[in-house]
Design a protein around this ligand. Structure first.
Ligand code: IPM
Ligand code: MG
Length: 354
């Protein structure tokens, strides 16, 4: 198959982890006889530095003309504590989501047997946790009308019926493919926007009789997720709640450095680790590349329907952890930690020999 991939490494640890994902993608493509073309684009703080725009037109065109986008991370501390900054790296990410119409963000939460001890939750609680967070990504407060002066400010949590219907449809369909249990997370006891979500979900549910649909308030869901993570199969929620709940969910696995995501919608899909740019670690070759490598696995599966390729990457990741080829964040105490590039090299060579 011919695969034309846009690579946006971004800021901080983005370039280092992306290098490992690209190594992986290249060796998988060679092995399975795919013709791979990678084109690099700029985004985030480094794009602001270069051209004054965190998601320049050229980068957008590159994404639009590619079959899939692999994305690293954006963000730079010089913008974080400067409320007066007119442009911010994160705006690049939001612009990309909006312009590519990436309305569904899919974040699988899984645990890895050999890492259960890394979870802040007791191993017997998180063992077998395996669920999918589906976060609406182009609506709600992130994009609704905003206002700010010195005395007041507001953000509008605006949703329309078509926006809610399309994300719920994806959620019901994923539930059908999995354990057929969908939890719609909202705050319908307080928010009008949530009541619309719940009303539409209730209208749609009868069309999916095999799916058991639950409704849960977001505060309760936040609690349930750490009390009993195995309760969930597919969870769907609005943009802001999803942002918060997916960070919480990422702790279940033990390291943020392990979780991939896919953002899908109207145009080219984007695959990215859920963690940020970790500027303190940039250039040190210590960041965990596995979330980005697993995002590449999702890309093979979701964008190209290449299941065996994705499975081989997952296998390589599992074996690397079992063999102790781990970056410091997931290494066992006292054992030698491997660098970002050593993990990437190990995985590439495992795949080559497989
Ligand atoms: C995420 C991130 C982003 C978000 C930031 C970087 C704008 O936290 O992808 O979850 O809030 O959506
Ligand atoms: Mg977030």
């Amino acid at each position: 198959m011919k695969m034309n991939i846009a690579v946006l490494a971004g800021d901080g640890i983005g370039p280092e982890i992306m290098e490992q994902a690209i190594k992986t993608v290249k060796v998988v493509s060679e092995k399975f006889g795919h013709e791979l073309e990678c084109n690099y684009g700029i985004c985030g703080a480094n794009a602001i530095d270069k051209v004054g725009d965190p998601y320049p037109k050229e980068t957008h065109e590159l994404c639009m003309n590619s079959d899939a986008v692999l994305f690293g991370a954006v963000g730079d501390p010089k913008y974080d504590n400067n409320p007066a900054a007119k442009v911010r790296p994160e705006q690049g990410l939001l612009a990309m989501r909006k312009k590519l119409g990436l309305y569904a963000n899919i974040r699988p939460i899984q645990t890895f047997g050999c890492l259960l001890h890394k979870s802040p939750l007791r191993a017997e609680l998180v063992k077998d946790a395996d669920f999918l967070c589906i976060r609406e990504l182009t609506g709600g407060m992130y994009f609704g009308e905003k206002y700010q002066d010195n005395d007041k400010a507001f953000d509008t949590n605006y949703y329309t019926r078509p926006e809610v219907e399309r994300i719920l449809k994806i959620a019901f369909e994923y539930a059908l493919k999995r354990r057929k249990h969908l939890t719609v997370v909202d705050k319908a006891n307080v928010l009008a926007s949530s009541r619309l979500w719940r009303q539409i979900a209730q209208e749609m549910a009868p069309a999916y009789p095999e799916v058991q649909t639950d409704y849960m308030f977001v505060d309760n869901a936040a609690m349930r997720m750490i009390q009993e993570p195995t309760f969930f199969d597919v969870m769907v929620t609005e943009n802001t709640f999803g942002d918060i709940l997916t960070d919480e969910a990422s702790c279940i696995s033990g390291s943020m450095g392990l979780l991939p995501s896919a953002s899908i919608g109207l145009h080219t899909s984007v695959y990215e680790p859920i963690h940020g740019s970790w500027p303190q670690a940039a250039g040190k070759n210590i960041a965990n590349p596995l979330a980005t490598i697993l995002s590449a696995a999702m890309m093979f599966e979701y964008s190209f329907g290449l299941k065996a390729e994705g499975a081989l990457i997952r296998k390589a990741v599992d074996v690397s952890m079992e063999e102790g080829i781990r970056t410091p964040d997931i290494q066992i105490e006292g054992a030698k930690a491997y660098s970002t590039s050593e993990v990437g090299d190990w995985i590439a060579s495992y795949i080559r020999k497989a």
